[in-house]
Design a protein around this ligand. Structure first.
Ligand code: FAD
Length: 293
């Protein structure tokens, strides 16, 4: 990216990772470009208004000149004399932003219909193949679905590999292996990166888990200052009764790496106190985990 790109750009995304990456890449790379606004339809836990994860990432978006609007419905894009006007609705009120170009990063769905599923007796609803818990077609036992074509779980590369391996085992050993998505780490590689694993605080409460939640603004921690980070934030959610990690969420602070340690702990039942007792190499971002829980 660089020369030849428009001065103003607007990306409207649905809280998806690639959209955010493109936006921030454009803004940081371009010397004479501004990303006018980011319009996201979703208002969920990792991208929800009022949620600290979102607030921290919104701050950093806004600091580099991106105006963030979440929970919006994009209505239409109109041509003005010189530019484009994107009209969107937020809380019942119509608003608009002007830009030279509009980028749609609202996500993608697998084009499974082009496969003529009916000819293979594969049940579907026009977009998704109907599968059971073992990822097997509900109507044709000889067909399994995995990866991006599997509707429901996140569309992520390591997940496609994981599901593919399980499908392979199901074909060989019979349909008995079900995917487990409960300790799936994921990250959005923006600057600062967003990373998450497990339940949000709200979801944990919804499930009736009595939680101990530690929110850390790590802006002035040694490692943050060492790397001159402007945003460093984490929220660790622990089941008060069992001491098990329930969720871990990061903005910055190498969260895209640390989230894997939390995912591993969740998967293998390593308790919060055991992590606190572990001796980490110092100075590292990982060593800060002890202070985060
Ligand atoms: C811009 C972008 C950024 C991403 N970034 C990340 C990231 O940072 N981290 C991450 O984990 N994931 C990321 N993903 C998602 C990741 O790429 C997908 O989840 C993953 O590739 C899915 O694997 P898959 O095998 O299901 O599908 P694919 O990788 O899409 O593979 C499907 C293959 O099937 C072939 N094919 C399709 N139709 C037919 C046909 N009729 N006959 C024969 N072959 C066919 C296609 O050509 C393709 O090669 C990103 C995706 C995008 C679009």
């Amino acid at each position: 990216m660089g020369n030849g790109y428009p001065r103003d750009l607007i990306g409207y995304v649905s809280g998806k990772a690639p959209g955010s990456k493109v936006q921030l890449g454009v803004v940081r790379d371009g010397k004479d470009m501004t990303l006018t606004a980011s319009l996201a339809e979703r208002k969920d836990d990792t991208a929800g208004k009022g949620d600290p994860e979102k607030a921290a990432s919104e701050d950093s978006h806004e600091r580099i000149g991106i105006d963030v609007h979440t929970g919006v419905k994009v209505k239409r894009i109109e041509k003005t004399a010189k530019r484009l006007r994107t009209v969107f609705e937020v809380d019942g009120k119509e608003m608009s932003v002007k830009s030279d170009r509009v980028v749609n990063g609202a996500g993608r769905i697998a084009n499974v219909i082009a496969l003529d599923l009916d000819a293979g007796r594969i049940a579907h609803d026009g977009f998704r193949v109907a599968v059971d818990e073992t990822m097997r077609s509900t109507s044709n036992p000889g067909v399994y679905v995995c990866g991006d074509a599997l509707s429901g779980p996140p569309q992520l590369s390591p997940l496609a590999t994981y599901e593919g391996r399980l499908v392979g085992r199901n074909i060989v050993e019979g349909p008995k292996h079900k995917p487990d998505y409960s300790s799936l780490p994921s990250a959005v590689y923006t600057v600062p990166a967003l990373a998450t694993v497990g339940l949000s605080e709200a979801k944990a409460k919804e499930k009736g888990i009595k939680t101990r939640v530690q929110v850390n603004n790590m802006e002035y921690w040694f490692s943050t200052r060492q790397f001159a980070e402007t945003v460093a934030w984490s929220k660790i959610i622990v089941d008060e009764g069992s001491d098990a990690i329930v969720g871990a969420h990061f903005v910055g602070h190498a969260g895209e790496e640390l989230v894997n340690i939390f995912g591993l702990a969740m998967k293998h039942g390593i308790k919060a106190s055991a992590i606190r007792d572990f001796i980490f190499a110092y100075p590292t971002f990982s060593a800060d985990i002890k202070s985060m829980l």
